[in-house]
Unconditional design. Structure first.
Lengths: 114, 109
C-alpha cells in the first residue's frame, strides 16, 4: 500500500497567489482529514470528509480556505488569496472508519507564503 | 472545545533512561490515541486506548488511560535514540478529535 499521498511536498508562493494542495487517501478509506501544523498552534483539524461529503469544516480559518473531495480517491485544499500567516505544514490523513480513530497521515506539504 | 495539555513540552535524556510523558484534559474522551512524529513526516499512530484504566504495551512503550478517561500517560523504558520524536496525544469526543501540542523527546546516545 502506497499510503496517503500528498503533493506538492513543498510550495513557496507569494502573498496573494492561489495555492492548491492535493491528497490521495489510502484506497478503501472513506474518511479524509485536512490538518495544519505550526509551532505556535500545533496540529489543527481544518475539515474532514466522510464518503466524500464534508462533515465538519469548523476548523477552516476563513473564507480564503476551501476544500473539495470530488471522488473517493482525491481531495484538494485551496487557499485564495494566500497570506504569510498561512505558512505551515498541511497534512492529509485518511481513515477506514467514520470516526476519527486510526488515521493514517500523509507526509505533508510545507507551504511558505512570502 | 476539548483541550489536551501535554507535559513536559520538551524532554532531553540519555540513552537507557526511563521517562513518562503526560496528556491531561478536563473533558472525557471516548478514546485517546498516541502518535509519534519524526521531522519531515506525518504523525504515525502508536496506540488507541478506549477503556478507563486500560494499559497497553508496545515493546518498551507502556500506555495508560486514566480511570475517568480524561488523561493518559506514555512510559518508555530504556529509551533509545530511535525513540526521538514528537509525541502527540489526541482525544476523540463530541464527534471531533483534538490533538495536544506534543512532547518533543530527544534521546542522546
Amino acid at each position: 500500500d502506497a499510503g496517503v499521498i500528498q503533493s506538492p511536498r513543498h510550495e513557496v508562493t507569494e502573498m496573494g497567489q492561489e495555492v492548491t494542495l492535493r491528497c490521495k487517501p489510502i484506497s478503501g478509506h472513506n474518511s479524509l482529514f485536512w490538518y495544519r501544523q505550526t509551532m505556535m498552534r500545533g496540529l489543527e483539524l481544518l475539515i474532514y470528509f466522510n464518503n466524500n461529503v464534508p462533515i465538519d469544516d469548523s476548523g477552516m480559518p476563513e473564507d480564503r480556505f476551501s476544500a473539495k473531495m470530488p471522488n473517493a480517491s482525491f481531495s484538494t485544499l485551496k487557499i485564495q488569496p494566500s497570506e504569510p500567516r498561512d505558512s505551515a505544514v498541511y497534512f492529509c490523513a485518511s481513515s477506514s472508519n467514520r470516526g476519527h480513530d486510526e488515521q493514517y497521515f500523509g507526509p505533508g506539504t510545507r507551504l511558505t507564503v512570502t | 472545545t476539548q483541550l489536551l495539555e501535554q507535559s513536559p513540552q520538551f524532554l532531553s535524556i540519555q540513552e537507557g533512561e526511563n521517562l513518562t510523558v503526560y496528556c491531561n484534559s478536563s473533558s472525557v474522551f471516548s478514546s485517546l490515541q498516541w502518535y509519534r512524529q519524526e521531522p519531515g513526516e506525518g504523525p504515525v499512530l502508536l496506540v488507541t486506548v478506549v477503556t478507563g484504566g486500560e494499559v497497553k504495551k508496545l515493546k518498551r512503550l507502556t500506555f495508560q488511560f486514566g480511570d475517568a478517561r480524561k488523561d493518559s500517560s506514555l512510559h518508555i523504558t530504556a529509551a533509545q535514540p530511535g525513540d526521538t520524536g514528537l509525541y502527540l496525544c489526541a482525544g476523540e469526543g463530541n464527534n471531533d478529535m483534538r490533538f495536544g501540542a506534543g512532547t518533543r523527546l530527544t534521546v542522546k546516545p
